[in-house]
Design a protein around this ligand. Structure first.
Ligand code: SF4
Length: 334
């Protein structure tokens, strides 16, 4: 069954940090703080459109990245509103996202009291040099300590990482992913860097000090990261920024695509097929994959097949129920 999130975006007005990728200073005046009444109204709207079983598996989600660092009374007023629907069994729980330095014993106690079940941390990188260059204002150790505390308190724990930050190489992102795997979170989100107008990254990009990674480079990197998490049994909730929320309007550069995950998974299939075909020599081939994965093997706008063709491999794709995810069988087409 599809997982339902009643998603609410919590703006952190007056956030003291200046993360290089965030435009909160330019948007904080225009974005309205959500109110407890709006939490009730979003929950009621969702309930009206869901069956009781669908709602019972869903969560009320406070996104925005700094939930536990907003003014305490305001945070509790939002939690109280959401908890009504959790304590009465209408929704399964509450999901929040916050910074690693926004977690301590006291906060964990408050979150538990109000029925929070899942906490996602914006780790972004586990390289202190990259964290500092991007003015995150926390260290890798704080991420590790926060994860330990959340797990000890029994929260479903998620980590968000970014690729392609200022000063970051692919090797840093791979090392960050390796350390995340070691921490064994329940979920991850991978957010390749997108440069938004009005951010420090935008200034660095305009001055030529920062060149954001494009879609192609990002897909190649994520094609390495995705299997690291999947092989470790860590669920990947998201790859790439959601559309909407002003991203398209304020986009200035970087790896934004509404179907980025599909592109990255398509790259995994391309790399597997290319390696296998490379051993086979030039000819006509059928690439057999699981039926649900045909579009990824084919690639966005047939990109994978066209690239293989440019190397002399004339391929068609066939779907078979028996194939596993990322399994590709190369059959010579006679
Ligand atoms: S991303 Fe950084 S600057 Fe933006 S609201 Fe969160 S902590 Fe503050």
């Amino acid at each position: 069954m599809k997982h339902i999130n009643v998603a609410l975006f919590v703006v952190h007005k007056g956030c003291p940090h200046m993360c290089s990728f965030c435009n909160q200073r330019s948007i904080s005046g225009s974005q309205k703080e959500i109110t407890p009444d709006e939490v009730h109204s979003a929950a009621k709207t969702a309930i009206a459109s869901l069956t009781a079983t669908e709602a019972a598996g869903g969560e009320i989600a406070f996104f925005g990245g700094s939930f536990t660092m907003v003014e305490r009374g305001y945070m509790i007023s939002l939690l109280e509103a959401a908890y009504e629907y959790v304590s009465s069994g209408v929704f399964k729980g509450i999901r929040i996202s916050t910074r690693p330095d926004g977690i301590d014993e006291e906060i964990c106690g408050i979150l538990k009291k109000y029925g929070v079940t899942a906490v996602e941390l914006g780790a972004q990188s586990l390289d202190d040099r990259v964290l500092e260059l991007n003015e995150r204002g926390h260290t890798a150790k704080q991420v590790e300590d926060a994860v330990k505390m959340l797990k000890r308190c029994g929260f479903e724990t998620g980590l968000q990482m970014m690729t392609g930050l200022y000063g970051s190489e692919d090797s840093d992102s791979i090392e960050t992913a390796r350390r995340i795997v070691e921490m064994k979170p329940d979920t991850v989100r991978i957010y390749p860097t997108v440069v938004i107008k009005g951010t420090r990254l935008h200034e660095l990009m305009l001055s030529g000090e920062f060149v954001p990674k494009g879609i192609d480079e990002t897909a190649e990197l994520c094609a390495q990261l995705i299997p690291m998490f999947e092989n470790a049994g860590i669920k990947i909730i998201r790859v790439g920024l959601h559309s909407g929320g002003g991203v398209e309007e304020d986009y200035a550069g970087g790896a934004y695509h509404p179907a980025l995950r599909e592109l990255c998974e398509g790259r995994i299939y391309y790399n597997i097929a290319f390696e296998k075909l490379h051993e086979s020599g030039c000819c006509k081939y059928v690439l057999a994959v699981n039926k649900k994965e045909i579009s990824k093997m084919t690639g966005h706008k047939k990109e994978n097949l066209l690239k293989l063709q440019s190397f002399g491999y004339d391929c068609t794709v066939k779907g078979l129920d028996s194939m596993a995810k990322y399994e590709v069988a190369v059959i010579q087409d006679t």
